[in-house]
Design a protein around this ligand. Structure first.
Ligand code: GPV
Length: 832
């Protein structure tokens, strides 16, 4: 070791058991302020996290310094959501000191599990979109890519879900309550962000027309940085989250009125901006505070990006060569108007130059085609909240529409579809159109979704700009979703093929041969069984329900949404329950139906489906006539931490959305990688999963996206006819509608029955029911042959290598961002 450092400095970096143990004790006493006798589990978590953080800081600064010294092109991932979950296991695992830490804690008489469990789950996201952002951060850091995440440091993450009497009830998620040991507050990194006010026109120094935004309210955005530890610990990137702070300037006018307290209160209220995450998944609320959140973090991030750029450059023409900005859906799309404003109003660039730079810098990812999720802000709201941006949007629109062919050809219908402004009804700004126009690349998140983008929402834009749309099928990080969540399977894999798969998941293909190896199959089953036992214990703890470890763990975990069709699964559950009761002498394959997922608090239908699942569970689980062959559980408060326990234990993965509606799905990838067989529709990335794992190793059922489209277009679908011709479906629906599961309120499920019948069954649950049951039967029959089931499970794991987010991020880096790995120099001052 280098003698330049005092022993304490060395200690802070040491990665062996003794060094870790000494540093834990030092942190406990001097930073947490407790001795070992008085320390709680939470104190120990903070202690360990702070000690681990010490091992990261030097390499973090080295990484940042290397990017700076090389003036490397950076990619900035702007996202309103980062669903990162816990960080302790992740950091230890990526640093490669998991075992050392376990032993150090052991010597202190502590269990690693207890310490790990004291960490709150950072739920700064709703579902797939936010988790994708977190997987991308891991992949960028693990591949030495200069990538930054920018978002909001919500004080309250996604609500905590509890069931009261079977109904979902929401509680605030106070993840910051006891402090966050991973983050570094940066009170000096502070940017003003404005709202409201008006625009003044004036003549600039050369007599040109110019604009300034005046009389606006101001808030400050303050940075909090969290290190993002890449696999191997070589690259440590930054996730920078903004928190709203009141400005200190006072309106003296108010004081003269004696309204001092009022003035101060207004300032405090401005901090509400970063208070809470909106709990909607793929639906928009159109609330002003949401628009302000979007602008708040986007503006602060752009100011920060320009400041960093200007350290090396004195003009802006090189910005696209030094910065790539990825818009995670349209939530940060106002950034296009904001960059134009910064370049034109504040840095005096000519409009056309600014536009060229802006377009070359931004790229946009679309994550849904659902019309209710396509953001469209009322013009009147933007005019009021962001008056200068509204002008800029009009200007972008006018210049664009003037140049289109449609105008030349007098095709007004097409022109109005291309417009940034939706003129039907209340005038609105179509954020998707703005994002498309202001980006050099636009991508979908699975092959099917990208094709549908070209055919539907962006058909006109695709014709106008045929090279702009491209596909980047989503991926998941194998570090969190295999190595950390499933140590049993990970260790088994490593004994056979080494550990190269962790940073190059394509290597997992080497397991294909092992599917025919009877010893390997036995060990694979043993790993799965271990995970199922762990889940069974979790289920017992959470719900009080005992489930059979040897039953099929049939898992549907995701947000509650009609298009995801938890109802289809419930109807099959009821049909299976009836069959089991009718045929008690048959030797049934035992099934455990595992559900988990949150409903948006204002989504009444989704909340009613939650209640239905709980009601069905109550009846089925306590009916002795099914002899424990069927259990239904709905686990509360699904989050990243719960997913890490549930996913490795799954046998069957439910991916049953109405074809054409799930943009990609990423849970489907996590489950298949962990050796679950998929039962699914040809939707989103399921299509590509089928291509990779092979059609014989997946249960595909139901209508295709094209068939769905045709059936809906024909207007001829009649759910009543389908129900009448399927006795098991009819019986299940009759039971729901007559109160078999809700004797206390027989009409409770009227809205559900209504939606599936006279409501026209928009999500085609009844249309796909029969084929779904056929696929379920096939799965149950296959499960009887454990060798054959295991063979297919292994082939799923072995064939999922392509779905690593390393592959996805690599494609973005090459085809959209043009960023390259920068390997940090760790030899300099400050490194051991
Ligand atoms: I837009 N998605 C999400 O989680 N929240 C959103 O607000 C929107 C999309 C999801 C899609 O529903 C998934 O199909 C997809 O896999 C995921 O985004 C990541 O692309």
């Amino acid at each position: 070791m280098d003698a330049r450092f005092k022993s304490r400095d060395i200690e802070r970096r040491s990665l062996d058991v003794d060094g870790l143990k000494r540093s834990f004790l030092e942190w406990l006493v001097y930073s947490v302020g407790k001795d070992a006798r008085a320390a709680t589990r939470r104190d120990w978590f903070h202690t360990v996290a702070l000690a681990v953080r010490d091992r990261v800081v030097d390499r973090w600064m080295d990484t940042t310094r290397s990017y700076y010294q090389e003036d490397a092109k950076r990619v900035y991932y702007l996202s309103l959501e980062f669903l990162i979950g816990r960080l302790l296991t992740n950091s230890l695992s990526n640093l490669g000191i998991m075992e050392e830490c376990r032993q150090a804690l052991d010597r202190l008489g502590l269990s690693m599990e207890d310490v790990v469990d004291a960490e709150p789950d950072a739920a700064l996201g709703n579902g797939g979109l936010g988790r994708l952002a977190a997987c991308f951060l891991d992949s960028m850091a693990s591949q030495a890519l200069p990538g930054y995440g920018y978002g909001i440091r919500y004080e309250f993450g996604l609500f905590e879900q509890r069931f009261e009497n079977g109904w979902q009830v929401e509680y605030p998620e106070q993840w910051l309550q006891f402090g966050n040991p991973w983050e570094f507050a940066r009170p000096e990194v502070l940017y003003p962000v404005q709202f409201y006010g008006r625009v003044e026109e004036f003549r600039d120094s050369v007599g040109e027309r110019a604009y300034r935004w005046v009389d606006a309210d101001r808030v400050l955005a303050m940075a909090y940085d969290t290190p993002v530890v890449g696999y191997g610990g070589e690259t440590i990137n930054t996730l920078r989250l903004w928190s709203a702070r009141a400005t200190r300037d006072f309106n003296f006018g108010h004081f003269n009125d004696g309204a001092y307290m009022k003035a101060v209160e207004q300032k405090i209220l401005s901090e509400n901006l970063s208070r809470v995450l909106y709990p909607n998944d793929a639906t928009e609320t159109g609330k002003e505070l949401r628009l302000k959140q979007e602008y708040f973090f986007t503006s602060a991030s752009l100011q920060d990006i320009l400041r960093r750029y200007l350290q090396h450059h004195s003009s802006f023409e090189n910005l696209p060569n030094k910065a790539a900005i990825q818009l995670n859906d349209t939530h940060p799309a106002i950034g296009i108007a904001e960059l134009m404003r910064l370049l034109v109003d504040q840095h005096a660039l000519r409009w056309d130059d600014a536009w060229e730079i802006t377009r070359a810098t931004f790229a946009y990812t679309n994550h849904t085609l659902l019309p209710e999720a396509l953001e469209a802000w009322p013009v009147r709201m933007i005019e009021r909240v962001l008056p200068r941006h509204m002008q800029i949007i009009y200007e972008i629109n006018a210049k664009f529409l003037n140049r289109t062919k449609a105008r030349a050809e007098g095709d007004n219908a097409r022109l109005s579809r291309l417009s940034l402004i939706d003129e039907r009804g209340e005038r609105r700004v179509r954020m998707g159109n703005l994002a498309f126009l202001g980006s050099h690349k636009v991508n979908g998140v699975s092959a099917l979704h990208t094709e549908l983008m070209k055919q539907t929402v962006f058909a006109d834009f695709h014709e106008e700009f045929p090279d702009r749309i491209n596909n980047k099928t989503n991926g998941i990080t194998p570090r969190r979703w295999l190595k950390q969540a499933n140590p049993a399977l990970s260790e088994l894999i490593t004994t056979r093929i080494g550990e190269g798969w962790i940073s190059d998941l394509s290597q997992i293909a080497a397991l294909r041969d092992k599917a025919d190896d009877v010893v390997f199959r036995e060990e694979f089953r043993r790993a799965k069984r271990k995970n199922k036992k762990r889940l069974a214990a979790y289920i017992a703890r959470q719900t009080g329900e005992e489930v059979l470890v040897d039953s099929i763990f049939d898992v549907q975990v995701k947000r509650m949404h009609e298009y995801k069709r938890q109802l289809l699964n419930v109807l099959h559950t009821i049909a299976l329950y009836n069959e089991m009761r009718d045929n008690p002498t048959v030797s049934w394959v035992p099934v455990t139906k595992v559900f988990a997922g949150k409903a948006a608090p204002s989504y009444h239908m989704a909340k009613l489906i939650i209640k239905l699942i709980n009601d069905v569970a109550k009846v089925v689980n306590h009916d002795p006539s099914v002899h424990d062959n069927l259990k239904v559980v709905l686990l509360p408060n699904y989050n990243v931490t719960a997913a890490e326990i549930i996913i490795p234990a799954a046998d069957l993965s439910e991916q049953i959305s109405t074809a054409g509606m799930e943009a990609s799905g990423t849970g489907n990838m996590k489950l298949a990688l962990n050796g679950a067989l998929t039962i699914g529709t040809l939707d989103g990335a399921n299509v590509e999963i089928r291509e990779h794992v092979g059609p014989e190793n997946i249960f595909i059922f139901g209508m295709t996206a094209e068939e769905v489209n045709d059936l809906r277009a024909s207007g001829g679908f009649n759910p009543r006819e389908v129900i009448a011709s399927n006795p098991s479906l009819k019986r299940a629906l009759d039971m729901i509608s007559t109160g078999a599961f809700s004797p206390d309120d027989r009409n409770r499920y009227h809205p559900i029955v209504q939606a599936l019948t006279d409501g026209g069954d928009h999500f085609l649950v009844t249309a796909d029911f029969a084929d779904y049951c056929r696929a379920q039967d096939a799965a149950m029959q296959l499960y009887r042959d454990q060798e054959e089931w295991t063979r297919k499970a292994i082939l799923n794991t072995a064939n999922m290598g392509w779905f690593s987010s390393d592959r996805t991020v690599g494609e973005y880096a090459k085809e959209i961002w043009d960023v390259h790995p920068v390997h940090p120099n760790h030899d300099g001052e400050g490194f051991r």
